[in-house]
Design a protein around this ligand. Structure first.
Ligand SMILES: C[S@@+](CC[C@H](N)C(=O)[O-])C[C@H]1O[C@@H](n2cnc3c(N)ncnc32)[C@H](O)[C@@H]1O
Length: 407
């Protein structure tokens, strides 16, 4: 595969996607076939970049929509086959739609809370069309095609302005109700959505390159062997910056993920606003101090920061465990502003990495493109030029596994 590729086109919106150039650069000019891991793979940028450079990619995430997008983006596409399946799905859905009464227009087995959620975000016609499409996609036997078609379905809903729901800004995970009738009808756009995926898919079955493995898994407890990874490239969630599932729910309910399950999943994710009140060990307490003037924050938020540190401690411990001797980890992170207090996530991560035997090798700041800044709305308490500039940057940290580490 060409080493000159410098960017890749997304197939589905995703908040806080990593800039592909970061992964592509880190992977170019490397000898041999590396095993490259992203323990929080999101939409799959690391996996796609690794495959493009001819390496073996492994990615984990807890968000079912992230997994769907990453699997689709990193998979081998058979365009003819997919187009045929898509046409079949649409035809079948049109038949189902004619007989489907609006009172039954929900995903099969949906509970009361999920049904109410669907009624709030979707008008009656689109509920019927989406239920019919969902029913028809779930009947597709071939799993690659089915995954790709779900991704095309999801693209109809997860949009910035004009989608199949009554909301705007779903793709930024900030859905708010805007319309009385949704601006698009799913049946009119489904085949075009499939075409966009085909156009932006980097891999075809014709090329023989290692496949990427994308699996459900928790970065704090990775289901992989110790010392089996050459390179980790990852961008963990920023503290409190994005509630990924808030927007994703609008699409995931149609794939039979119920609201109560998604709520539970969200509360366990790294970076979620949940608080567990317990003390930190000495090293994590130091990391907390390095974050900034955290004592100015309400107790609830201080507890959330502590939980973030504990979670990231587990993530780094796992990264250190799975890396081979001399293995490297590239971590992309942004700093945060919470209630007017500047929080240096990057400094805290350097301390936590060191605690786990990962030594900082280089640190570089890079500007965040405005279009990629899926950050919360501007905080007017951010005063001072320097701070505002900081919020428009991300930090690229490169760690090496210390030789002294015993795992
Ligand atoms: C900043 S995003 C990653 C974006 C990704 N680099 C890309 O380019 O699309 C962070 C990801 O971490 C995931 N995440 C949060 N907690 C996790 C956990 N405990 N285990 C695995 N992934 C987790 C979120 O679901 C989200 O997809």
């Amino acid at each position: 595969m060409s080493k000159s590729i410098t960017t890749i086109r997304p197939i589905h919106p995703f908040p806080a996607r990593m800039a592909p150039s970061i992964a592509l650069r880190r992977l170019s000019g490397r000898k041999g076939t590396l095993r490259v891991l992203d323990p929080m793979v999101g939409s799959g940028t690391t996996a796609v970049a690794a495959r493009l450079r001819g390496h073996r990619a492994i990615g984990f995430d807890t968000d079912p929509l992230a997994l769907l997008i990453a699997k689709t983006w990193a998979s081998d596409i058979k365009p003819k086959h997919l187009r045929k399946s898509a046409e079949k799905v649409l035809k079948e859905a049109e038949k189902i739609y004619k007989k489907l009464h609006v009172k039954d227009a929900y995903p099969v087995g949906a509970d009361k809370e999920t049904k109410a959620f669907i009624r709030f975000w979707f008008d009656a016609t689109n509920r019927r069309q989406l239920a019919a499409l969902a029913g028809s996609i779930s009947k597709i036997k071939e799993s690659v095609d089915r995954t790709l078609l779900w991704c095309a379905f999801s693209r109809l809903i997860i949009t910035k302005k004009i989608g199949a729901s009554l909301a705007m800004d779903v793709s930024h995970s900030r859905p708010h109700k805007k319309y009385k009738t949704a601006p698009i009808k799913p049946f009119d756009r489904f085949l075009a959505s499939v075409e966009t995926i085909l156009k932006n898919s980097p891999f075809s079955a014709a090329r023989k390159i290692p496949i990427a493995q994308i699996r459900k898994g928790d970065a704090r407890e990775l289901p992989i062997e110790s010392r089996s990874i050459d390179l980790v490239i990852t961008s963990p969630p920023y503290l409190n910056a994005i509630d990924y599932l808030r927007g994703h729910k609008l699409s995931l309910v149609w794939m039979r993920h119920w609201i109560s399950d998604l709520r539970e999943l969200r509360s366990r994710n790294v970076g979620a606003e949940h608080s567990v009140d317990s003390e930190l060990d000495d090293e994590l307490s130091k990391a907390l101090k390095r974050m900034g003037e955290t004592t100015k924050l309400p107790g609830r938020i201080q507890d959330m920061l502590k939980q973030y540190l504990r979670d990231m401690d587990k993530v780094f411990s796992e990264i250190a465990r799975v890396l081979r001797k001399n293995g490297e980890a590239v971590v992309v992170i942004g700093d945060s502003m919470i209630k007017g207090v500047f929080i240096r996530n990057s400094w805290a991560l350097v301390s936590i990495a060191k605690k786990n035997g990962l030594i900082l090798y280089s640190s570089r700041r890079r500007p965040l493109l405005v279009s990629r800044r899926y950050l919360p709305p501007p905080d007017h308490r951010i005063s001072g030029k320097e701070l505002r500039a900081r919020m428009r940057e991300e930090v690229l940290l490169t760690f090496r596994k210390s030789r002294k580490i015993a795992i």
